[in-house]
Structure formats: structure tokens, C-alpha cells
Ligand binder design. Structure first.
Ligand SMILES: Nc1nc2c(ncn2[C@@H]2O[C@H](COP(=O)(O)OP(=O)(O)O)[C@@H](O)[C@H]2O)c(=O)[nH]1
Ligand SMILES: [Mg+2]
Length: 264
């Protein structure tokens, strides 16, 4: 897929990833030499942002958004999506900085966007778990979360919270980015939920997720609790929206479906 028309932006949010970031950027560009990379660094005290600045001065494919303080994953991605939409990128990737997401899978995800509007790197594809080195407690939490999310949201996907994904530009053009207030896991659920309701096709490809070996996790209880109530909020907001269209006698716009027709 390395033709001139495809120009992906691989977005990587970072907070204290000085041990990983240089090697990760090199690996991304090895796999997708025609892509650009955007690091969104939240003023990491360990100097991640300085390392990235050095790389951006040497390679014009690498960009960095510096934010003054740790502001969360969701707003980091939204800022980078907006940046990408102001330019001519055809795809945006979400990817962690800690090598849990294998750069080798980038090309597979990109390829999958020929069939899907969003391609997810799935850690539970077809119910088969492919996570290496997580403690049992975290595996159980993650599996339980997935079942819970599917039950409440009605999303028909295996891995609703994966942070390794590739969006076609059109999806991001239509998503109401300013309305998305979720962080962490619920940010992933939120985008999948809104995109699906808009008629965009979300597909999964199996990946192997390996826990980080360098640096520490930033997952917190707050992020888990946010996800628990946010799924209900999304569901009720959707019901409210459906009712509002129903009583106005209008059809809810589904830009994703329209696009499918245009392509046919
Ligand atoms: N810019 C930014 N990046 C963050 C923030 N929180 C986490 N990250 C990054 O998001 C990615 C996933 O975080 P991580 O700690 O690995 O979460 P885990 O894999 O769920 O344990 C990593 O690249 C982190 O550096 C944040 O508040 N701001
Ligand atoms: Mg991680």
C-alpha cells in the first residue's frame, strides 16, 4: 500500500517514555517509510519531549505536539486528529509508545482499511486471548471489561478498548471531535460507538499485545471507573438522540453508509 495516494499519520501519545520513544519512531518508519509520525508529549518530566525534538530536527516525517502538562490520552489524540485534518493525511493510527503494539502490525492495519473504515488491532479476536506478560488480575479485568462494554453498548466487536487502530480520514472528518470528552479506555469505546452509529464499518484483525518492558504504566483506577459509567452515558445519549429524530420525523444522518453507496 505504499503508493503516492496513501499518507498515514501514526499518532503516539507519550508521558515518560524516554526509554522507548527513539527506538519506536525508528521502527515505525522502518515499517511505513511513507508515513509521518506525530508524538503528543505532555511535558514528560523524563525528557521524552527533548528526545523527540532532536529527532524532528533530523527527519521531516516526525512531528511533535508539546502540551504543558499531563492532560490525558483522549485530548492528546483529539489534538493530533485535528492537526492531521488540517493537512493531507489519508489515515490516522493510534499507537502506544511502549512497544505493546508491534510496529510490524502497522501495515496489516493499514491494509485492513481497504475493507473497513476503522481497523482495530484486537487482543481478543474470536475470543482468543493474545496478551503476553500481563498479570492475571489485569487479564481478568480486561476480559470482564470487554464483556461488560459489549453488553451495555451493544457494540459488536471483540476488543472495544484496544488502543491500536487505524482510521480512514473520512471517519475523523465526520466524528464530532469537540464533543468527545472521554479519556483512557472510554475514549476508545466512545469513538467506536459514535463511528458505528454513523454507519462506518469497524473491523478487527488479531494482534499479539505484549506488556511493556521499559517505563511504567499510567493506567489508573480513575480511568477504569470512568469507562464503567461512560458506557451507560453513551447508550442513554444515543437513545435520546434516536427519540429526538423520531419525534421530529427525521432520519439520523449516517455519513458512513452514504460513503459506502458512493464507493459502490
Ligand atoms: N500525552 C499523553 N500520553 C499519555 C497519557 N497517559 C498515558 N499516555 C501514553 O499513552 C500510552 C498508553 O499508556 P500506558 O501507560 O502504556 O497504558 P497501559 O498500556 O494501559 O498500561 C503510552 O504511550 C503512554 O505514554 C497522558 O496523559 N498524556
Ligand atoms: Mg502500555
Amino acid at each position: 500500500m505504499g503508493n503516492n495516494k496513501v499518507k498515514p499519520l501514526v499518532i503516539v501519545p507519550t508521558y515518560n517514555e524516554s526509554e522507548n520513544i527513539a527506538a519506536l519512531i525508528a521502527r515505525i518508519l522502518e515499517e511505513l517509510p511513507f508515513a509521518d509520525v506525530m508524538i503528543v508529549d505532555d511535558g514528560s518530566p523524563d525528557g521524552t519531549g527533548d528526545i523527540v525534538d532532536e529527532i524532528t530536527s533530523l527527519d521531516s516525517r516526525v512531528h511533535c505536539l508539546h502540551r504543558p502538562a499531563k492532560m490525558g490520552l483522549g485530548t492528546a489524540y483529539i489534538a493530533a486528529f485535528k492537526w492531521a485534518l488540517e493537512r493531507h493525511y489519508t489515515h490516522c493510527f493510534e499507537m502506544d509508545a511502549d512497544f505493546s503494539h508491534d510496529p510490524t502490525d502497522l501495515a496489516r492495519l493499514l491494509e485492513a482499511t481497504k475493507d473497513f473504515d476503522i481497523a482495530l488491532g484486537s487482543r481478543f479476536y474470536a475470543g482468543r486471548l493474545s496478551i503476553v506478560n500481563w498479570p492475571l488480575s489485569r487479564l481478568i479485568l480486561s476480559m470482564a471489561a470487554s464483556v461488560y462494554v459489549v453488553m451495555i453498548s451493544g457494540l459488536k466487536m471483540w476488543d472495544t478498548t484496544t488502543g491500536f487502530k487505524c482510521f480512514r480520514r473520512e471517519v475523523l472528518e465526520h466524528l464530532p471531535l469537540d464533543k468527545v470528552k472521554s479519556e483512557g479506555y472510554s475514549f476508545q469505546i466512545d469513538l467506536n460507538f459514535r463511528a458505528t452509529r454513523m454507519g462506518f464499518k469497524v473491523g478487527e484483525i488479531p494482534i499479539v499485545f505484549t506488556d511493556r518492558t521499559l517505563g511504567g504504566s499510567k493506567m489508573s483506577k480513575k480511568i477504569v471507573f470512568e469507562a464503567i459509567w461512560r458506557v451507560w452515558q453513551l447508550r442513554f445519549a444515543a437513545i435520546g438522540e434516536d427519540l429526538s429524530y423520531f419525534f421530529r420525523g427525521k432520519r439520523r444522518p449516517q455519513p458512513g453508509k452514504r460513503q459506502e453507496k458512493d464507493q459502490a
